[in-house]
Design a protein around this ligand. Sequence first.
Ligand SMILES: NC(=O)c1ccc[n+]([C@@H]2O[C@H](COP(=O)([O-])OP(=O)(O)OC[C@H]3O[C@@H](n4cnc5c(N)ncnc54)[C@H](OP(=O)(O)O)[C@@H]3O)[C@@H](O)[C@H]2O)c1
Length: 311
Amino acid sequence: MNKAGDKVYQEKTEQNHKGQGRTKDVKAKVQSVGKESRRIAILGGGNIGSSVARGLVSSGRYTYDDIIITRRNVESGSDLIREGFSLQGDNKDAVRRSIIVILAVRPLQLPALLEDIREEVNSSRHILISLVTGVELAEIRAILGKDVPLVRAMPNTAIAVRESMTCLSIDRSGRESLLALSKAKSLFELVGKTAIIEERLMVPATALCACGIAFFLRAIRAASQGGIEIGFHSDEALLMSAQTAKGAACLLLSSETPPHPESGIDKVTTPRGCTIAGLNTMEYEGFSSAMIKGIVVSSEKAATLYATERR
Ligand SMILES: NC(=O)c1ccc[n+]([C@@H]2O[C@H](COP(=O)([O-])OP(=O)(O)OC[C@H]3O[C@@H](n4cnc5c(N)ncnc54)[C@H](OP(=O)(O)O)[C@@H]3O)[C@@H](O)[C@H]2O)c1
């Protein structure tokens, strides 16, 4: 989109903001902190970029005005605009007006984006957080040609409902890097749980956590299909399956030292009972091995994705 188009979209966004009325005004008052010092630019308002934005706003610690989202085709982001977000095509402007810059484009789109913002990135002002799969921080630093504080993060789409598992890593141990990591950790803890891992494990983390959302959604869908076969309507079966899955996850996550899943399983498997009969049948059919194998293949694929796409 050209500059004139950008302006029209920004104006539309502003009108939209006015129309959002009281709810936003109240939030804005509660959270009123110097805008410039807390503004976040999310470069790439696709699946994960928009999920991050939604999660941050729903945390109550950021308002719509604290976040600038960009994409090249701003017309395609009308949902975000309707919700109240500022969406624009100008990455440079977004970086100029922000402190934290989140890179949320696909791997092949990253070099062009970095070239675009390079001049605006200021090592003493910005922290860059890359969500981009398979691209190492050293590579980003090389394209930027600057020693800017960089963090690599791998969230998942549950960030929109503040239930992300976000893995974080840095590639340097200096004060600036550690400070950036600490800020990124605080940010992502607003929208779920975090784990700091070595950068070499970021690709496996993609398979387990980012792709993992799809794996568990498929498992819930399978459970709900089983539910339909044994007599429930599809909406009932889906609710019952999803809430049961949430309960199982909460049993593991509700204490500081999570119990082993098998100890929870032992509590529902009575001798010669129906749970163990169902469970063993699932295992005969390859339940655990299918999940393990799928995660391994997904991780292997994630490791080669960027290189393959570049060819
Ligand atoms: N989806 C997930 O669950 C997930 C989780 C963790 C990490 N990731 C990683 O996050 C990245 C994005 O994934 P995604 O699923 O969100 O992909 P996506 O839906 O395709 O989003 C990419 C977005 O980037 C925008 N974009 C591309 N080039 C741009 C540029 N130069 N300036 C501004 N915006 C630009 C695209 O919009 P336009 O075409 O309109 O520009 C699009 O909205 C990937 O590297 C992925 O590996 C994804």
